[in-house]
Design a protein around this ligand. Structure first.
Ligand SMILES: [Fe+2]
Length: 412
């Protein structure tokens, strides 16, 4: 793997590594793109309403008792190219979904990839040690035929491979029908302006980041895209390490994080504690107009983390000597609390929601890129500080002691 660059970020000197070696090209088939995400939740009907109301999704398709799905109900929602599915158990005694809910709370269960040659990719993954949750199978309805397979990744999270066996003309996937209800309020709300899934981040316990990123490289023939030097990414209290893995075509980006030692409990560790192990920490949704998106999402009542005004003072200073020019009005970015990260060639704008359930686990990110392919490393420090403020309010910014993290009282 070739080392490319050290960058000066907008906050402090950050050691980042970009990689140019695209690794192994699958001899056959390919991972095309993110297809959809499936959340396992306690009440899929209500979770669907939350994502539609707050983020601007619209009902796409449904399967449940009325359509002959007797065990699991699934509501699919869509916004431009982003599709989320919310699923819940219908009957008492569904141990798999019940235990998942007790352990993790509401969250992402599955990240589905659209693939070509599902059989080959599953065979390859299996040969290389991946756990196959379900061997390839085909479903069809009047819309067409689709092949699936399910592979286990970190924690209880899975990847479904979705291969179209021909053009699919249905609403979403075989078995799905029209939504039962369309809320008349939704068309009256300002649009979310969210366009596609930019990246999906998985949090791992200490020392598990490298084995997980190795798993993607070995079993799915992904390669390293970017990584962050843990020693540089820290606040006064905690730090993290991150490796981004991607498919050969670099259309699927999966950052893998782990906590690094600090004086207090890392927000990554807080996630691991409340999620009962590894899982999806955040989903980044790409927009081509972040200012309008955030104006509208705030108007819809979505809550975001807030960078302090001092962040923008520092940013203005750094931008004075930068090689790029930020087109957007900094005053508006500051009002909306949108963060900026840049290098010599481009910049990105990003903002993070607060956790979208009571457990401090999953949150979402909105990101706009201007010729910048990083993940906001220059903002990690201010992001962490904003999270730590909330973490402290939750009583979880606890000191690390000889007994291990999490049991001592905070310093202040
Ligand atoms: Fe992100």
């Amino acid at each position: 793997m070739k080392f490319l660059s050290f960058l000066i970020s907008s906050v402090e000197t950050i050691r980042m590594t970009s990689y140019t070696d695209k690794g192994e090209k699958p001899e056959r088939g390919k991972f095309v793109k993110f297809h959809h995400l499936t959340f396992w939740v306690g009440n899929a009907k209500q979770a669907t309403v939350f994502y539609c109301d707050k983020f601007g999704f619209e009902p796409l398709a449904y399967k449940g008792l009325e359509t002959g799905s007797r065990e699991v109900v699934s509501h699919a929602v869509k916004q431009d190219k982003i599709i989320f599915v919310f699923a819940s158990a219908l009957n008492p005694g569904n141990e798999e979904m019940g235990e998942h809910l007790v352990k993790h709370g509401d969250g992402v269960k599955d990240i589905a990839f659209q693939v070509e040659d599902c059989d080959f990719l599953v065979k390859k993954a299996k040969e290389r040690g991946a756990v196959i949750v379900r061997e390839p199978w085909v479903e069809q309805d009047s819309g067409g035929k689709v092949k699936y397979a399910i592979v286990k990744t970190y924690g209880d999270t899975t990847h479904t491979f979705v291969e179209y066996m021909g053009p699919y003309k249905g609403l979403f996937l075989p078995g799905y029908h029209e939504p039962l209800f369309r809320d008349p309020l939704l068309p009256k709300l300002p649009p979310g302006h969210l366009n596609f899934i930019d990246h999906i981040v998985g949090n791992q316990p200490d020392d598990k980041m490298v084995p997980v990123s190795d798993w993607y490289q070995k079993c799915l023939m992904f390669h390293r895209f970017w990584s962050i030097d843990d020693k540089q990414i820290h606040t006064e209290f905690s730090s993290l390490r991150s490796i981004v893995v991607t498919n050969y075509e670099e259309t699927i980006k999966m950052p893998i994080n782990e906590p690094a030692p600090g004086r207090k409990k890392s927000q990554i560790q807080e996630y691991i504690d409340y999620n009962g192990g590894p899982g999806v920490q955040h989903i980044a949704l790409n927009t081509s107009d972040i200012i309008q998106a955030i104006v509208n999402l705030r108007a819809r009542g979505l809550e975001f983390l807030c960078a302090p005004d001092s962040y923008y003072d520092t940013l203005r200073q750094k931008l004075k000597t930068a090689k790029i020019k930020v087109k957007e009005d900094l005053k508006i970015l500051q009002e909306l609390k949108i963060l900026v990260d840049f290098d010599d060639k481009g910049y990105l704008l990003q903002i993070f929601t607060k956790p979208v359930q009571d457990r401090p686990t999953l949150f979402l990110e909105v990101i706009q890129r201007h010729n910048h392919f990083g993940f906001g490393a220059g903002n990690f420090k201010s992001l962490f500080e904003a999270i730590e403020k909330d973490q402290d309010a939750r009583g979880n910014l606890t000191a690390i002691t000889a007994d291990g993290p999490g049991n001592a009282k905070p310093f202040y």
